[in-house]
Design a protein around this ligand. Structure first.
Ligand code: GEK
Ligand code: PPY
Length: 263
């Protein structure tokens, strides 16, 4: 099945891997990926929409307005780390969450300037009156202010494994008591047979969403050593190591899973 052409509609379809690439080409969040990102992530991450839809529900239960904003009002501060185009931020502000304009202060951080430039425009267009700051920064070594909720939606997997504990430690330290971290990741199980089955069904999922064999294998090569998965056990172990005394997997769809950790 071929991709719909990148023509007149508002949707820019993901055509990034439609032509063969140098095998060594690494995946990067550049202008080309940014342009088609909403389509790419929707067609490539099973359950993406369902995961995002729960964010305002979790926020409503666990954000305790632990901060005071510049106008002296109590607000809940939320970090969206590796925000890309602000999909998670926008999900939080969706009317289903029922947050008033002044109840949340969101800080959305991403290392890719191409992403943050576009996120800034989209968030300003859609939520002009909300307290949202878009920050271009590496979340490694980034200083977090005290907060009620942190979202790491499909971001930790792009950090070198040796940097992951430190990032989670900073998050744990910044969270107020009662605060939460929502951590969504592509995972593997460590069982050869199970992983082979999960990966094959994941590729079936991509085929069903219109990706060709060339696109699937091109992206697989480009993601090698760029997106490095952990097992769910490794994630929960790391969360426990940095101090979270409770974490659970609340969502799983093939090899993608989302966890919540409670401080
Ligand atoms: N060190 C880093 N510091 C900051 N950002 C980083 C870093 N490394 C990678 N990123 C950023 O992490 C994001 C990962 S995408 C997140 C989706 C989003 N959360 C969503 O809910 O739509 C997931 C995906 O594309 O599979 C990209 O925008 C990178 O620039
Ligand atoms: O497409 C893949 O293979 C993925 O693992 C998901 C994804 C989605 C968007 C950018 C990078 C990876």
């Amino acid at each position: 099945m071929s991709n719909p052409a990148t023509t007149d509609s508002a949707v820019v379809y993901d055509n990034v891997f439609t032509t063969p690439l140098d095998k060594a080409a690494r995946f990067s969040f550049d202008e080309q990926v940014v342009a088609c990102f909403p389509d790419m992530i929707r067609r490539s991450v099973p359950g993406y929409g369902q995961m995002l839809a729960m964010l305002p529900i979790f926020a409503k239960r666990h954000c305790q307005a632990g901060q005071v904003n510049s106008e002296g009002k109590r607000v809940s501060r939320v970090y969206d780390l590796g925000c890309s185009l602000g999909g998670a931020t926008m999900a939080l502000l969706n009317e289903k969450g029922g947050f008033g304009k002044e109840e949340l202060q969101i800080k959305a951080v991403d290392i890719s300037p191409a992403m943050t430039q576009k996120a800034e425009v989209l968030l300003q267009e859609n939520y002009p009156e909300h307290d949202i700051e878009v920050i271009t920064a590496d979340i490694r070594g980034f200083e977090l202010e005290p907060c009620d909720m942190v979202i790491l939606n499909l971001t930790l997997q792009f950090l070198p494994p040796e940097d992951r504990t430190q990032v989670l430690q900073n998050i744990y330290n910044a969270l107020n008591d009662g605060g939460i971290l929502v951590l969504t990741e592509k995972t593997h199980t460590g069982d050869e047979q199970d992983d082979a089955w999960l990966v094959e069904r994941y590729y079936d999922f991509k085929r069903a969403n219109g990706y060709s064999e060339l696109e699937i294998s091109g992206k697989r090569n480009a993601l090698e050593n760029v997106l490095i998965t952990d097992t769910l056990d490794q994630h929960h172990q790391r969360l426990s190591e940095v101090g979270f005394n409770r974490s659970l997997t609340w969502f799983q769809f093939l090899n993608f899973a989302s966890m919540i950790a409670f401080k």
